[in-house]
Design a protein around this ligand. Structure first.
Ligand code: SDX
Length: 393
């Protein structure tokens, strides 16, 4: 028995750690952040409230929220010399390559946030990461477009500030569309944390060595990049665009079922969920809202996604293997409708997941008994043998 949930002994032996942050029931399609259902949080809270919840264990009251938002806002700018890092990249560098480099480089600037044994340092690094990752993410996009970097604005909400830094121009001062701001904020909430997934486990393992938090989050970003993990949203939208029309769906479904073909249906399947990913359900509703609000309700891409989901959910192969749409299936449609380019989709995932990584890292570091992670292996190589001189090999 662990807390309020009981696990079978077999599962208990495989668990890599204990955590109070996020609970997933893969069979029932349940996702709770600190006990709150994800759909209720997405519907009733904004990303700053959810971030406070993940970090502190409780939803903030109005005064706590104001103090938290002000603290984050006071750290949204980055050191001016950090901007010179971008000049070293080609304009067509994948933004995730830049994110790994620049977020890791934060450890070269904030020496008052590196001592993991100092609670004040830990608090400062957490604040700086949550505040500065959106600024760095927007800088990646601006650099790729040859546009000037845009400074954050403290009067804006977190999601509004990000879209402002992504798309505003010195030549005209139009504010981000509130419909798109709400959709962006909801995307952040839905991606904020997800228990011990691949990238969070990477952050914990890196952190267990005592590496500084900026380096650990950079390791998480690198791990998230893979198409089997956070890179799936970019791969899924490319797949939907390649399918192009509902008439071509059967061709892709049979490719996904062909064991000799490495192709997998992007946005489908999950290591843990053997039921609908609860985030995908919220995402699907948001996709309809955003597309109709932006006059793209008849966008063929949505028709392809809806039809693909319908066919796959009825196909015996997917039913038998319990493959359902996951968080990445609809997110790309929303991000594209907001105007985010495909190669920035995983950057958005990393931006949102930063608070989850920081919360998980903080939980681990605060655990007095935590030791360095050291996975073991089953050795299947050669038995011991003598070295022969090169002329005898
Ligand atoms: C994320 O862990 C997390 O929490 C991750 C995440 C988070 O928030 O951090 O939720 C975010 O990474 C979501 C997943 C995004 N990835 C994709 O959408 C890529 C496409 N999905 C697959 O690559 C796959 O489903 C994985 C990688 C997600 C899971 O792969 P597994 O572990 O092999 O899944 P499984 O064991 O449940 O597979 C069962 C069977 C296998 O076939 P058999 O070996 O039984 O013959 O189903 C097959 C798989 O080959 N299968 C698929 C498939 N996913 C699994 N076949 C076709 N298309 C797919 N998408």
């Amino acid at each position: 028995k662990s807390g309020v949930f009981t696990y079978d002994p077999g599962f208990m032996s495989t668990a890599s750690c204990e955590s109070k942050i996020t609970y997933i029931d893969g069979g029932k399609g349940i996702l709770l952040y600190r006990g709150y259902p994800i759909d209720q949080l997405a519907d009733q809270c904004d990303f700053m409230e959810v971030s406070y919840l993940l970090l502190n264990g409780e939803l903030p009251n109005a005064a706590q929220k104001t103090e938290f938002v002000d603290k984050i806002n006071n750290h949204t700018m980055v050191h001016e010399q950090l901007a010179t890092f971008f000049r070293g990249f080609r304009r067509d560098a994948h933004p995730m390559a830049i994110m790994v480099g620049v977020v890791g480089a934060l450890s070269a600037f904030y020496h008052d946030s590196l001592d993991i044994n100092n609670p004040e340092h830990r608090e400062r690094s957490a604040t700086r990461l949550i505040a500065k990752v959106p600024t760095i993410a927007a800088m990646c996009y601006r650099y790729s477009m040859g546009h000037p970097f845009v400074y954050p604005r403290n009067e804006m909400s977190y999601a509004e500030n990000f879209l402002h830094q992504m798309f505003s121009m010195p030549s005209h001062d139009d504010k981000p569309d509130p419909v798109l701001v709400k959709a962006m904020d909801r995307i952040f909430t839905l991606h904020a944390d997800h228990e011990q997934n691949c990238s969070t486990s990477t952050v914990r393992l890196a952190g267990s060595s005592g590496a500084n938090p900026f380096a650990c989050i950079a390791a998480g970003i690198a791990s998230l990049w893979g198409p089997a993990h956070g890179g799936a949203n970019e791969a899924c939208l490319r797949m939907l665009n390649e399918i192009g029309d509902v008439s071509r769906i059967p061709e892709f479904i049979s490719k996904a079922k062909d064991k000799s073909d490495p192709f997998r249906l992007m946005g489908f399947g999950h290591r843990v969920y053997k039921n609908f990913d609860p985030r995908a359900k919220v995402m699907r509703e948001s996709a309809h809202e955003v597309l109709s609000a932006t006059g793209k309700a008849d966008d063929p891409i949505l028709k392809v996604a809806m039809e693909l989901e319908k066919i796959a959910l009825e196909d015996p192969y997917f039913v038998e293997k319990k493959l359902y749409p996951n968080v990445d299936f609809y997110s790309g449609i929303i991000l594209q409708a907001i105007g985010i380019p495909t190669n920035m989709f995983t950057v958005i995932f990393a931006l949102a997941r930063t608070v989850g990584w920081v919360a998980q890292w903080s939980e681990m570091i605060a655990e007095p008994t935590q030791k360095i992670g050291r996975p073991r292996q089953l050795y299947t190589g050669e038995s011991e043998r003598p070295v022969k001189p090169i002329e005898q090999r």
